[in-house]
Design a protein around this ligand. Structure first.
Ligand SMILES: Cc1ncc(COP(=O)(O)O)c(C=O)c1O
Length: 377
C-alpha cells in the first residue's frame, strides 16, 4: 500500500516536472507560459519585473545587443510606477502615512498616474498640483483615476506659488498627509537600486556593458547606475542621455564646471535645470553624457514603430537613440541597455500630427518611407 503510494507520488512528481518544463519551453509562437508572473497581491505586486526587449534592427545594425526595458508594461503604463510605489512605501515605513491618509504631489505627468494607481489600490486619497498650462486631457485622466487636481499658474520654481511649493503647503495643512516630493525624495532613487538595476543584471546574466537613459527627477539613471556600478565593480559604463534645454549635459561634460541651458525639447518628463537630490549621490559615477536632438528622437519614434513594432513616447525614443550611439561608440559585440519609459498613447495627437510636426519644424526629420505613419492632420 505504502509502496504503491510512493510510486504514485513519484509518477505524479515526474509528470509535474515534465509539465513545468513543457510550460517553460516556448511554444511554436515563442511564448513560454511560465514566464508569466504568478499571482500577485494587488496592483502594486504587478509593478516592475518588466521584460528586456532586444531591439532587433538596431542590434543587427550595430552588431551589439541593444536591449530596452519595457517599462510601458507597468500597470500605470510607465517607469514612474516604481517611484510612486517606493515614495508611498517610504512614507508608510516612516509613519508619515497611516490608513486613510492623503498623498500630495506636484506633477503633470506619469508620476501622478503612477501615484493614482498606487493610492487607489492602498486606499489613500491623492491630491495633485500642476501648472495650468497642461492639457485638459491630463487633468481629466488624473481626475478619473480618483485624484483631486489643482491646476495653478505656471511660475518658476523660486516663486512660492510654484506648483511644487503649493503641493508641500497643502500636505502641511492636513493631518495624516505626505508631500512625496519626487525630485528630492531619495526613495525614488531607491526603487531603481532595489528593482530596475537588479532586474537588468539578472536578465542579462551580468552581461551588460553599458546603460544609458534620460533624467527627469534623475531617480532611474541614478539608482540603476549605482546598482550596476556596484555589482560590476565599476565595469558597466553608464551615460546620461540628455535632450536640448537641459543643463545636465554641459554639467557632466565639463566635470561640474558649467550649467548651460540651450534650446528646448518636445520630449516630456525629461530634461532638468538642476542636480536633484536623487541624482546628486551618483552623478560622479557617470562615464559621460550624450546629447540627443529632437530630430533624432522623433525619427526614432517612427523607426521603433516601423522596425521594432514598438509604439513608444519620445523620451523612450531619445533613450533608444542614445543606446544606439553608445553601441556604435563601444563597437560590435557589446550589450547596451536602456529604458522604454512609456508608450506613445498620451502623445499620439502630437507625435503623429502633420500640423504639429510642421509647427515644431520636425516634419523633415521623418524619413520619406515612414511618412505613412503621419496619419493625423
Ligand atoms: C515619460 C518619462 N520618461 C522619463 C522620465 C524620467 O524618469 P526619472 O524621473 O526617473 O528621471 C519620466 C519622469 O517623469 C517620464 O515621465
Amino acid at each position: 500500500m505504502f509502496r504503491l503510494g510512493v510510486r504514485t507520488f513519484a509518477t505524479t512528481a515526474r509528470r509535474a516536472a515534465e509539465t513545468i518544463a513543457q510550460m517553460e519551453a516556448p511554444n511554436q509562437y515563442g511564448i513560454g507560459v511560465s514566464k508569466a508572473q504568478g499571482i500577485v497581491k494587488g496592483l502594486t505586486g504587478a509593478i516592475g519585473n518588466t521584460p528586456l526587449i532586444r531591439l532587433n534592427h538596431i542590434s543587427d545594425a550595430t552588431g551589439c545587443e541593444v536591449l530596452g526595458k519595457a517599462e510601458f508594461m507597468n500597470p500605470g503604463g510607465s517607469i514612474k510606477d516604481r517611484a510612486a510605489l517606493y515614495v508611498v512605501k517610504d512614507a508608510e515605513e516612516k509613519g508619515l502615512l497611516k490608513p486613510g491618509g492623503t498623498v500630495v504631489e506636484g506633477t503633470a505627468g506619469n508620476t501622478g498616474i503612477g501615484l493614482a494607481h498606487v493610492c487607489r489600490s492602498k486606499g489613500y486619497k491623492l491630491v495633485i498640483y500642476m501648472p495650468n498650462t497642461q492639457s485638459q486631457g491630463k487633468i481629466d485622466l488624473l481626475r478619473l483615476l480618483g485624484a483631486e487636481v489643482y491646476p495653478v499658474p505656471a511660475v518658476a520654481f523660486d516663486n512660492p506659488e510654484n506648483y511644487n511649493h503649493q503641493a508641500k503647503r497643502h500636505a502641511d495643512r492636513l493631518d495624516n498627509a505626505v508631500w512625496t516630493n519626487q525630485f528630492d525624495n531619495i526613495a525614488n532613487r531607491r526603487a531603481h537600486i532595489e528593482t530596475t538595476g537588479p532586474e537588468i543584471w539578472h536578465q542579462t546574466k551580468g552581461k551588460v556593458d553599458a546603460f544609458t537613459c534620460a533624467t527627469g527627477t534623475g531617480g532611474t539613471l541614478a539608482g540603476t547606475t549605482r546598482y550596476l556600478k556596484t555589482v560590476s565593480d565599476g565595469k558597466v559604463k553608464c551615460y546620461l542621455a540628455d535632450p536640448p534645454g537641459s543643463v545636465l549635459h554641459s554639467y557632466i561634460e565639463s566635470g561640474g564646471k558649467h550649467v548651460e541651458r540651450s534650446g528646448s525639447s518636445i520630449t516630456e518628463g525629461i530634461g532638468q535645470g538642476r542636480v536633484t537630490d536623487n541624482l546628486q549621490p551618483d552623478i560622479d559615477l557617470l562615464d559621460g553624457s550624450i546629447n540627443i536632438s529632437d530630430e533624432k528622437s522623433i525619427e526614432m519614434v517612427y523607426r521603433c514603430l516601423d522596425e521594432e513594432g514598438l509604439y513608444l513616447g519620445a523620451s523612450s525614443c531619445l533613450n533608444v537613440a542614445a543606446a544606439k550611439e553608445v553601441a556604435e561608440k563601444l563597437g560590435r559585440g557589446h550589450t547596451v541597455v536602456t529604458v522604454l519609459c512609456d508608450g506613445a498613447y498620451r502623445y499620439a495627437d502630437r507625435l503623429f500630427s502633420k500640423k504639429w510636426l510642421t509647427e515644431k519644424s520636425l516634419i523633415g526629420a521623418i524619413p520619406k518611407h515612414l511618412e505613412k505613419y503621419i496619419v493625423l492632420p
